[in-house]
Write a new protein. Structure first.
Lengths: 242, 242
DNA sequence: GACTCCTTTTGAACGTGTTCAACAAGTAGA
DNA sequence: TCTACTTGTTGAACACGTTCAAAAGGAGTC
């Protein structure tokens, strides 16, 4: 069992062991979340199946909720993989945006039931699991950067007013789609995919329409609103701007 | 104690007693929600303070969540009272809309902390407490009718495309404001009130802009989207159309 | 009163997430 | 080897929401 061959760098075996325990708990959790859903996955069951005591699970993860933060990360990484080729080949903005959204829904599908139950916790503003919480900042930032990439590497020119805020707006749009998907009980999330097809058109149209003089003040307000939103979520948000 | 003078109509005293017990539990719950928040209000405490056994509370209310449905109703009634004079006197759409929204936030203020915790449950799509759930339909309908009244009795003409769907759109807008308010920790919800002032302008502007030929297709799509949303929430929604 | 039937009420019991004092196991210095 | 010290681990205990079999109460009928 204790196969730790050639501990390179003289790294302490202790750390390794702790890391393995942590990983075992994490893997078991994510598997159970997928297999039996959020609520049926009790901390006792996680502990039992990970061959660890109940208290030990709490040593590594402060609460059941905190286990979910890990899910966010994993889900995002899977999404990135699913998007890669599309982002490398496609240059049309509409196609890029639609593709990324469809991929998000598709990769999330195994976790559909889980996500529904999870949402209950994630929607709580005081919860560290809220997508707006400081704890979620890393994943949120990564996701926003993905949105920026969709736009930047496309052939569409974005009106200047919109440019700095557009990735955040698109991230909000993604959150909206996910919200819809969570409620969507249709076969294969077919309705959500149709929703994407229809709303992507609007969004792309709006991006160009933002140029229109009539709409200028509107756009200005909308942009400043998202800034307000951001302030609301994080009173002090230390973010590396790139 | 047993003061049931002149049981008119020969109504069975039994029913009266049951009704009183139910009311006592309900009053105690709402008071505790206000005073100590959602989570600190345990079913045991409600039972104790209502001078009733724990099981008895469950006889009248299927779960802690169901107690909240009652809160929705009460909150809406308080909102109506707070709006009355404004709706009778004011005819300008912007002023009417802003007034109603400000009133909603103001009357909800005592429940701010409670609402934050509550939201955790209410955001769960499978929860009967979701504002989109069938169980919430009565209050939702009433609130939507209030939105219709804001528009109908104002002096502003609404473009035909928008008319049937506008109350629902405004209700969604209200939900958005409440969502912001829940996250808003500023003194006296001052930020939410500012948000209302700014967004009301946009909304009113959008209502007139909906006439613009350029935007026609956009508006069309937006309208049909809300219909989609409605379908999502309630697979079979029996609603009295007036 | 005695009987039946339905409504109301009780409190013990279950499984849950979480906490915590205690213990075990490694690690490093003497 | 002995001695601290940190890290990792345990399981009992707590309060919670919820359930349920059983008891009590009340109303009508004989």
């Amino acid at each position: 069992m204790n196969d730790t061959p050639s501990p390179d760098d003289g790294a302490p075996v202790k750390v390794r062991k702790a890391e393995r325990t942590r990983q075992r708990i994490l893997d078991t959790s994510l598997r159970l979340f997928r297999e039996v859903g959020y609520e049926a996955t009790t901390m006792r069951r996680i502990a039992t199946e990970a061959e660890v005591s109940l208290g030990n699970a709490y040593y590594y993860f402060r609460s059941k909720d905190h286990l979910i933060q890990e899910y966010y990360g994993q889900a995002h990484r899977e999404h990135l993989v699913a998007c890669r080729s599309l982002l490398e080949e496609e240059t049309d903005l509409r196609a890029r945006l639609a593709g990324v959204l469809h991929a998000k829904i598709a990769t999330s599908e195994p976790y559909h039931r889980f996500a529904g139950q999870l949402f209950r916790t994630a929607a709580d503003p005081t919860s560290p699991l809220s997508p707006f919480s400081p704890e979620s900042a890393p994943v949120r930032t990564e996701a926003t950067e993905l949105m920026a990439r969709i736009v930047d590497e496309s052939e569409t020119r974005v009106p200047k007013v919109l440019r700095p805020e557009l990735p955040n707006l698109l991230w909000l749009y993604l959150m909206g789609i996910i919200l819809f998907w969570i409620h969507d009980a249709s076969e294969g999330a077919e309705r959500t995919h149709r929703l994407i097809e229809r709303t992507v058109d609007i969004v792309v149209r709006l991006i160009s329409l933002a140029r229109l003089p009539v709409l200028r003040p509107l756009v200005q307000t909308a942009v400043s609103l998202t800034q307000e939103l951001r302030q609301l979520a994080a009173p002090a948000l230390p973010e590396a701007s790139s």
